[in-house]
Every structure is written in C-alpha cells, then in structure tokens.
Design a binder for this molecule. Sequence first.
Ligand SMILES: NC(=O)c1ccc[n+]([C@@H]2O[C@H](COP(=O)([O-])OP(=O)(O)OC[C@H]3O[C@@H](n4cnc5c(N)ncnc54)[C@H](O)[C@@H]3O)[C@@H](O)[C@H]2O)c1
Length: 340
Amino acid sequence: VTAIREPRVPAVLAMRPDLAARLFSGQAQNRLSTLTSADFSRICTDFHDPGFSSLLRNAEILVTGWECPRVDSAVLDAAPRLRAVVHAGGSVKDHLDAEVWRRGIAVSSAVEANSIPVAEFTLAVITLAGKDTWSLISCYRDRRSGIDRITEFPDIGNYHRTVGIVGASRIGRRVIAGLRHSDLDVLVHDPYLSESDAAGLGAELVDLDELVARAEIVSLHAPSTPATRYLIDRRRLALMRDGSTLINTARGALVDHDALLEVLLTGRIRAVLDTTTPEVLPADSPLYDLPNVVLTPHIAGAGGRELHRLGWSAVEEVERLINSQSLLHAVSTGDLPLIA
Ligand SMILES: NC(=O)c1ccc[n+]([C@@H]2O[C@H](COP(=O)([O-])OP(=O)(O)OC[C@H]3O[C@@H](n4cnc5c(N)ncnc54)[C@H](O)[C@@H]3O)[C@@H](O)[C@H]2O)c1
C-alpha cells in the first residue's frame, strides 16, 4: 500500500449517523482525529449530498460503517484521491462495488473483530445445548421442585458429545479453537478445507451429510452465497439425529425454513436461531413459541460495548495505512465469492 501523507490525512466518515459515536470510543475518536481529518460531527449518509462534495474530492480514506451508502463508480469519480476504504463493520459486500477494487483502492474490514463475539456466543450455546439446559429450565419452571438429573436426564453433558461445525470460516475456526479445551469431538465440513488443515484445527473433516447425521450439535458458520443457499434442506434436516440441536448464527438463507419449521413442530430436534428468514420473523411465526426453539434477535455479532472493538480495528488499520504498513484485514476481490 502506498504511503499516505501526514499529518491529518483527509478522511470522511460514512455510515448510519448515530453509529460513529457508538463504534468509536472517546479515545478512538481522538486517535482518528489526530491521524485524519475525519469529523465526527459530519457523518456522510448520502455521497451525492452537495455538502460533502469538497470533502469527498480531497478524501484519501473513507471510514465506513453499517448503512453506509453504496460506493459505486459515480462516488469514486467524485472522490478521485481515494486510496482506501476502511470498514468498521463485517461484510463489505453490500456497500462496496467491485469498481472499488478495480481502481486499486485498498479495502479493509473489521470482520475479524466481529467474529469474536459470534464465536463466544456460539461456544456458550454449544455448552448449554450439550447440557440440555433449555429442557431443564422449562422442567424446573413447570415442576417447581427438584430434578433428579442422574435418572431423568441421563444423557446430558459435553463429555465426548459430537459437535459439527459447518464452515471453517473465521468464526467457524474460532469456535473450533474454543472447543479445543473441552472433551467434545469436533467434526467440520468445508469444501475449501484440506484434511490436514482440519486435523491441525483438531477436527475431523467430513462431508455435510455425514456431519449432520453424526453430530449431536450442528453449528452453521458458512457465508451466505449462492452455493450455501439451503445448505440445510429438508433431506439434511431429516438426517439430523433425534434430540440434536441446530445452531444458526450465520444467515437464514443457509436453511430451508419451511422444512425447518416442519421438523421443529415434531419436536424431534432443537434449534437455536440467531438468524432466520425472514429477519425479523413475522409476529405470528410459530418459531417464537415452540418449546424446542430458542430465538435471539441477531445478537451474536458485535453490539453495545463490542462495537468499540470494531472501531479500534478500523483506527488501527487507518494508522497502518498512514505508516505504509500492510493492512491486517485487507479484503481482496478474490475473497468476495467466498465470504460473508
Ligand atoms: N449472527 C451474527 O450477528 C453474525 C455476525 C457476523 C457474521 N455472521 C455470519 O457468520 C457466518 C460466518 O462469518 P465469517 O466472517 O466467519 O465468514 P468468512 O467470510 O470468514 O467465511 C468464508 C469461509 O467460509 C467457508 N465456506 C465458503 N463456502 C462454504 C461452503 N459452501 N460450505 C462451508 N464453508 C464454506 C470457507 O472456508 C471460506 O473461506 C456468515 O454467514 C456471516 O454472515 C453472523
């Protein structure tokens, strides 16, 4: 990456207006303001707003966040000095046109920082699912007296339970790494993973049919691409073991939700769904009320104080650009077909 001149590199912030103050802590804002001309009182929400035309004309760095308007050829024409787009969020697919890469503009994202809370959330869910926690919670609530877990729940626990991870993505790898400290047996499916890489991760590489048929907990971590649409379809749901748990913190599109609802209505499996189709579910969706379904409203990724991690990731990347260091989280066009 070519060096960007100091001091105070011209930069523009573009995102949902109330987000910048949540992404960047006071310290991070100070750091970014020392490094660049980014102005936290002027967040761009429309690149065609004439009020931003001179800022864009000079901008060398665009710092983006969720709900950033699309950066296409017209925007790039209006920002001829742009050298880098640093995204303080996960995916860049929705707001960056391929033209950004064609013009040699460096792109970075905070997808790695965003993967940490998703992996933490998933590890917690796997642990609780292995303990059959939600059945025990409702049993205790209904009964309001003690439970003899030895005789009534003889199969709970995570000792040599089999977990299947679909996608050795950033999040999938973090989950597998987190499971290393347990005695769970880990299967992984990923068409881009070699057997030796899987072994290096401490997991057994299997095809998806075998994974869903063997795992007692199946956790989805593949990106949403045309190839992963309905990865978990009616046939694969039928292959899942009785009493097993499907965890989806990836994207609803990976699962055929009509088929999922059918199998969930039988009570044969449990699902923990952080992402669904549609998102948000309609108010009358049976998924809200089924005892074997745990719904969370897309909370696995960065939220609240975790947003500061995304902000710092972006500030560090800006600093690296200014110091002519290579980006730690560069996104290349080659990554695009495979990533979230
Ligand atoms: N719930 C949330 O809040 C939240 C937050 C962040 C990400 N996500 C989702 O989590 C998922 C994983 O995100 P990530 O950043 O780790 O992804 P990523 O961009 O690192 O995933 C890319 C990798 O996925 C694997 N992959 C590609 N195609 C596959 C296929 N057909 N089958 C299995 N694996 C395949 C490959 O290893 C590829 O390198 C995505 O669906 C993403 O949208 C959800």
